[in-house]
Design a protein around this ligand. Structure first.
Ligand SMILES: Cc1cc2nc3c(=O)[nH]c(=O)nc-3n(C[C@H](O)[C@H](O)[C@H](O)COP(=O)(O)OP(=O)(O)OC[C@H]3O[C@@H](n4cnc5c(N)ncnc54)[C@H](O)[C@@H]3O)c2cc1C
Length: 384
């Protein structure tokens, strides 16, 4: 068993780390200022510059196949890069990617939706959740009815990430009598969006479809097979959620250690107190555990193995870990941790989402338990 990275992998990690430290972290004060004044975290020009610098350094399309101009670094490097990007709260990720569900498209669909999304010319969103169907995604009510060579879509979606900015949506609707089907729907076909304010900086949107007409050729994948397509896509990238959280947790733990070493109370620095030391130790133990569970899930994806069970474990563990670590880090900073002078409260609000989206904690537990009970996953295996 070999846990080491290759020389090339180590070089990539170090280059990303130095890019994040030199180019991204210096934007943190600007991000806090912008958000507190109600503006987008980064203005479009800054984001464009940053993307251009990243592209020049070769960080473009990390997990995108080479035939689409990407670097195709694979799941393990993608997870490691996400950990590095997670060290900063600046909402930045390297461009040149598209939702991998779009690779299921026909050649004309790829030219119209996938390629421009990779190039950053188009923005997509992925809409399955509805006001009456979140965890119970099989219960969606949005309907698509055939009318000649078109389908007419009616229904409502909610909590759709990027839904207010996207110019097309991959929307899941029940196409009678075939079942759940995914449609590629341009905004100018008539759907409307409304932002939903949340406790974090993450701004999802509600989408409304009222008699939206979509041509037959805009069905993504097979008629009636949309649910399988969605689950396959969500499952494949799930390890990226804990990966980013690991970077955030490590950075915050570093802040807590630095602070504990200088903050004095009752005649000594708080780092001398066992209560503080235990919070530091528990946090590192949990971060390390999350790291290896995440890399194991990414490894299974890389090896073409079924990664669903491992990804559920990594996602559940990573989301809970990040919330525990941020809470301890805030506690170690005392009153300062609660202020808006430090970014901890921002992370605290943002990381809370991880326990909810892409399958709540409870749904991950349900999946893990059912896999074991039904024998889809077995205890006592290593690396199989
Ligand atoms: C910021 C944000 C961004 C999002 N982005 C997207 C997006 O881009 N696209 C998209 O389609 N969706 C998106 N979502 C939706 C997200 O996936 C759902 O919110 C999530 O799946 C939970 O669904 P729900 O909110 O309806 O909660 P519910 O399903 O109503 O759950 C409520 C509570 O009941 C629990 N529960 C439900 N069923 C069970 C069960 N069988 N056993 C035990 N406990 C159960 C849940 O765990 C939860 O604690 C986003 C959500 C948020 C908040």
């Amino acid at each position: 068993m070999d846990f080491s990275l290759t020389t090339e992998e180590r070089q990539i990690r170090d280059t990303v780390r130095s890019f994040v430290e030199k180019e991204v972290m210096p934007l943190e004060p600007e991000v806090l200022r912008n958000e507190r004044e109600g503006r987008p975290a980064l203005d479009p020009e800054t984001l464009r510059d940053l993307r251009a610098k990243a592209r020049k350094s070769g960080f473009w399309g990390i997990n995108t196949p080479e035939e689409y101009g990407g670097a195709a670094l694979g799941p393990i490097m993608s997870a490691i890069i996400a950990m590095e990007l997670g060290r900063t709260f600046v909402p930045f990720s390297f461009g040149g990617t598209a939702d991998n569900i779009l690779y299921a498209g026909t050649e004309p669909q790829k030219q119209r939706y996938l390629v421009p999304t990779i190039e950053g010319e188009r923005r997509s969103c992925f809409a399955i959740t509805e006001p009456g169907a979140g965890s119970d995604a099989r219960n969606i009510r949005t309907r698509a009815v055939r009318d000649g060579a078109e389908w007419i879509i009616n229904g409502e979606k909610t909590f759709i990430t990027g839904g207010n900015e996207a110019d097309f949506v991959m929307v899941f609707a029940v196409a009678e009598p075939y079942g759940v089907t995914c449609f590629l729907v341009d905004r100018d076909m008539g759907w409307k969006s409304e932002p939903i304010p949340t406790m974090g900086q993450w701004g999802p949107a509600a989408l409304v479809f009222q008699d939206v007409r979509v041509p037959e050729e805009n069905i993504l994948g097979e008629l009636g097979k949309g649910f399988e397509l969605a689950m396959q896509w969500i499952g494949q990238g799930r390890y990226m959620i804990p990966a980013r959280a690991i970077g955030s947790a490590e950075r915050m733990l570093g802040m807590a250690i630095d602070y504990a070493k200088i903050r004095k109370s009752m005649g000594q620095t708080i780092s001398e107190y066992q209560a503080i030391q235990w919070m530091i130790a528990d946090s590192q133990v949990e971060i390390e555990a999350a790291k290896w569970l995440t890399l194991y899930a990414a490894w299974r994806v890389r090896e073409g193995m079924d990664a669903r069970h491992a990804s559920s474990i990594a996602k559940l563990n990573g989301a809970v870990m990040a919330n525990q670590v941020v809470d301890r880090v805030l506690q170690i900073h005392g009153g300062m941790g609660y202020t808006k002078e430090l970014p901890i409260e921002r992370w605290y609000r943002e990381l809370r989402l991880l326990r909810i989206f892409e399958g709540t904690d409870e749904i991950q537990r349900r999946t893990i338990a059912r896999n074991l009970i039904k024998g889809h996953a077995r205890l006592g295996l290593i690396g199989e």
